[in-house]
Design a protein around this ligand. Sequence first.
Ligand code: HEM
Ligand code: HEM
Ligand SMILES: [Fe+2]
Length: 444
Amino acid sequence: MKYRSQKVAYWFFALSMLLLSLQLVYGFIMGFAHMGYDGLHSVVAFNTARAVHTNLLVVWLLSGFMGAAYYIIPEEAENELASVKLAYAQLISLAVVGVIAIVGYHFNYWEGRKFLEIPRPLDYLVVVNVLTFLGIILVTLFKGKKRTTTALVLTMGLVFAALLYLPGMIWFDNQAIDSFFRWWVVHLWVEGVWELIMGGILSFLLIKITGVDREVIEKWLYVIVGLTFISGILGTGHHYYYIGVGKIWIIVGGIFSALEPLAFLGMALFAIAMYRKGEKKHPNKIALSWTLGTAIVSFVGAGLLGLAHTIPQVNMYTHGTLVTAMHGHLAFWGAYAMIVLAIISYAMPNLTGRKLYDTTTGLYAFWLSNIGMLGMTVAFGVAGVAQVYLERKVGLEFGDVQKEIQVHFLILVSCATMFTTGICMYIYEFVKHGRPSDEALVTQ
Ligand code: HEM
Ligand code: HEM
Ligand SMILES: [Fe+2]
């Protein structure tokens, strides 16, 4: 750690770990419900568990991104954070809004829009929170000595992500129009601006870990940003196939969304090329595994498994089934969960001064969570294909089909147990690093 104020990042990472653990609890509740064991139904019904599971995911990822920015921006801009006190206030308010939202969901205080369930009054608090965060980051960056491409791409991603939250806050009486704009948030986040956040963090990690020249790494970053925007913006059309908008979206969405994997392929090739070119001397092998891992798994989960159901002729059958959940899991895991775990693995030894670089637990955490998540993806995929066939080809009722596919959730829950063991090991390592310390300032 080079700047004292970077320590703020630790607390965002800690919040992230806490919310990730809770997310998994709700995942298991749903996994068991799918198997036919829905004992908690009267307390946590499936729809509540689902909203809590997905919203916790978004909040722990955002907390991870914010921690990443608080760690990266001072180092890139060569400046202490503009206000550490405000950053802590922002952390607390993020946690408070998150807790109110999650508790509220258990009492039906929500909007039933998938991923955007947070009720409107709380949205305003989110806006204040995010504006505070962006204020700190922008002042730190623009008052700093340097404005690197890496820092600018990361900041651009964060600013656009905040702006794109707004279309989700407009009130529409018409559900179809509401759905149209919901995708401006959900799709343009994960298949647009979050990719810039991922690209920025990835570039920072590759510069630090591989030792390859910044100029080379940042040139790739431009290519990735270009590919993301060319394909991702009009790619939104893959959510507009049969929702009541113009037929033109079938062609536009089909073509441009089929190009989206290129940005993820670019990231995978980029990371591998930089690793091969680099010196391979950096001792933090765990951070290296997560960094290369995120680039490769995101290509599989988002790129390939996205492509698997993005063509209109396929999506007509698979839409809204467990095929979507298959892709949703590996895409979110590979691209955004793994990049957060990568930056945490890189930052923790620097923040705390404890160099737990190459521990067996850390390595097991990586492999168990990844193999577990791959297994879960396969289980969702098999259940999904069976569901599509029985429900949409044979014509069985939704509930009857769900009974037929219960057996696949036995596999899902087994793989999820392996995954969770990996995550527990990761969190154990996190805790073992201890708190950030000023003494770590001299260790770099
Ligand atoms: C890291 C990037 C990505 C993430 C995190 C992600 C995640 C998700 C999630 C969670 C959904 C369900 C959304 C909802 O129903 O509200 C979804 C839907 C979808 N995604 Fe992705 N995705 C990513 C990239 C991609 C890419 C690159 C493609 C295409 C090549 C793609 C194709 C699709 C399609 C076609 C759907 C609609 C499925 C349906 O009709 O039910 N995704 N994605
Ligand atoms: C213990 C591990 C986990 C289990 C057992 C689990 C299980 C589930 C289940 C059963 C669903 C509902 C599927 C349905 O609608 O029928 C779901 C939804 C979802 N989960 Fe998980 N999950 C776990 C971990 C994760 C992780 C780590 C992530 C992200 C990195 C994630 C992302 C999602 C997403 C994005 C959805 C919504 C998918 C969609 O829109 O179709 N889950 N999960
Ligand atoms: Fe999309």
